[in-house]
Design a protein around this ligand. Structure first.
Ligand SMILES: [Zn+2]
Length: 253
């Protein structure tokens, strides 16, 4: 069954048909979804949803664009939320120098704090990194070593992907892999062993072809699996089977 390792079903774009959509996942061969928080406010929301849907789990953390709202009190509350039995990871956390919403120092500080929280609670991490390749690698090497984790929506070189794999991290691949102009990601998928790849939607964002530009959802992962299968010269079923096993190992499910 398909395992979506990174989704945002608390997003308002799902307000009109959330229940219907999530209840139809099983018939589309989607077995497990990890719903990931981005803002501090969404930490509670993703847990509430994971408690409602048996096939759904939650990741709790604050996205680099949103860390400006964090303080010690909120951080302590997040730590409490992370002990909920349906929470499987700290995420999404990281660095985003593309939007650059917060200063690099603020982003780095809370990235490191959240990595250390993951270590303290013995949880894997879900990492967001955009146009911050060097700083992310340095911080992961210093503070994320021996943690389990995934670099979600991987957008860097294949050399860097292989470096993460050597550190024991998984490479998160989503809808972008189906885009015609995504040569770099296709090269990365070719270079990285299938045992180090996990599938994700990042929905409602980044829908694959043939739905590019529209609202994404976990049933579209089949298009990503087919493209990865083509690149790797294996069957789509094999991609789904192996990436599900990888995701279970990552999130310890
Ligand atoms: Zn995300």
């Amino acid at each position: 069954m398909i395992f979506d390792t990174h989704a945002h079903y608390d997003d308002e774009q799902f307000d009109t048909d959330r229940d219907e959509l999530l209840n139809s996942m099983e018939e589309s061969c989607v077995g497990t979804i990890v719903n990931v928080s981005a803002t501090y406010e969404s930490c509670r929301r993703v847990i509430r949803m994971a408690e409602k849907y048996p096939m759904m789990y939650a990741a709790v953390g604050v996205h680099p664009d949103e860390v400006g709202s964090l303080d010690e009190e909120k951080f302590a509350h997040m730590k409490e939320l992370l002990t909920n039995e349906k929470v499987v990871a700290v995420g999404e956390i990281g660095l985003d120098y593309y939007w650059d919403n917060e200063s690099h120092d603020t982003q780095k500080k809370w990235f490191i704090r959240q990595l250390e929280l993951a270590r303290e609670l013995n949880l894997p991490v879900n990492i967001h990194s955009r146009e911050a390749a060097q700083d992310t690698m340095e911080i992961v090497k210093e503070h994320g070593r021996s943690l389990k984790g995934v670099i979600h929506c991987f957008s860097y070189s294949k050399e860097m992907a292989l470096e993460y794999v050597k550190l024991g991290y998984y490479i998160g691949v989503g809808g972008v892999v189906t885009f015609k102009n995504a040569k770099r990601l296709k090269d990365t998928v070719e270079a990285v062993p299938l045992t180090a790849v996990v599938l994700e939607t990042d929905c409602p964002y980044l829908a694959p072809e043939p739905y590019r530009g529209r609202r994404n959802n976990s049933t579209y992962i089949k298009y990503m699996a087919e493209e990865i299968a083509r690149i790797k010269g294996v069957t789509g079923e094999e991609v789904v089977r192996q990436t599900e096993a990888n995701a279970r190992s990552l999130y310890r499910l």
